[in-house]
Design a protein around this ligand. Structure first.
Ligand SMILES: [Zn+2]
Ligand SMILES: [Zn+2]
Length: 253
């Protein structure tokens, strides 16, 4: 069974939750053999979710099950406000992501240039320190696009394992799941998040996984899942996690 747990139906606020719009996400999923989708809006757009509509669609949908998740940034010092947002709704799962380093939105094209003025190893360290803080905060179920910092193609001088291994060990201790995210293939880095050698290290540590496309449009649901699933299988995975009301379950892929 396949499930796409990283979908932004509202994108960056430009789309509305209408029956017709959500149906397009379900139709793409059905066409690509995906049995379950999870809508996971960014916290700042979570008010755009029409919960009643999704409940209605879920009760009627035959082919594709719909879950409601949330992608919430980890920002040190804002844990309590983040917790309030997370607890305000009956989410099926919470994806924790790092998109900002000290207020720098490093994944936004307008701010990419700042990489040229930073020491790359320091930037990687700052990023993975934040991912570690996110894991240790206990707020989240799933680590989103774990090595997002590579998206423009900047590589550290130090081996990537020196940044990643401590984070993976903390993920293991926290009992969290890591998403395998195909969106990196659409970015200049042209790689999955996380990279395949990291997926192998995750399997060796017995860290469970979800699958996500980071779709911002119906056409992107399940995009490149063939590549994603093959990478998971090469690492040794034959199961993915699903979530209902923040309780994990395991299904075969
Ligand atoms: Zn994200
Ligand atoms: Zn996202």
């Amino acid at each position: 069974m396949l499930a796409d747990y990283h979908i932004h139906a509202a994108a960056h606020g430009e789309y509305k939750y209408t029956r017709e719009w959500i149906q397009q996400f379900l139709d793409t999923a059905a066409g690509r053999g995906i049995a379950e989708i999870g809508l996971s809006e960014h916290l700042e757009y979570s008010e755009l979710v029409d919960w009643a509509l999704i409940e209605k669609i879920s009760s009627e949908a035959k082919q594709v099950k719909v879950r409601l998740g949330l992608e919430a940034d980890y920002i040190p010092g804002q844990e309590e406000i983040t917790r309030k947002h997370i607890m305000a709704r009956n989410y099926d799962y919470i994806i924790g992501s790092v998109h900002f380093i000290n207020g720098w939105g490093f994944d936004h094209p307008d701010f990419r240039e700042q990489f040229d003025y930073c020491d790359i190893d320091e930037t990687y360290q700052l990023y993975f320190d934040l991912v570690l803080g996110m894991v240790q905060s206990g707020l989240y179920d799933i680590v989103g696009h774990m090595d997002l910092i590579k998206l423009w193609g900047h590589r550290p001088r130090r081996p990537i394992s020196s940044f990643i291994t401590p984070v993976l060990k903390a993920i293991r201790v926290a009992g969290m799941t890591v998403e395998l995210n195909s969106a990196g293939l659409r970015k200049p880095v042209h790689e999955l998040y996380p990279a395949e050698n990291i997926i192998t290290e995750m399997f060796n540590l017995d860290i469970p996984v979800t699958l996500g496309s980071d779709a911002h449009h119906p056409d992107q649901v399940g995009e490149d899942f063939d590549i994603l699933v093959k990478a998971a299988a090469r690492a040794g995975y034959n199961c993915i996690m699903t979530f209902a009301q923040r309780c994990p379950g395991k299904v075969l892929i």
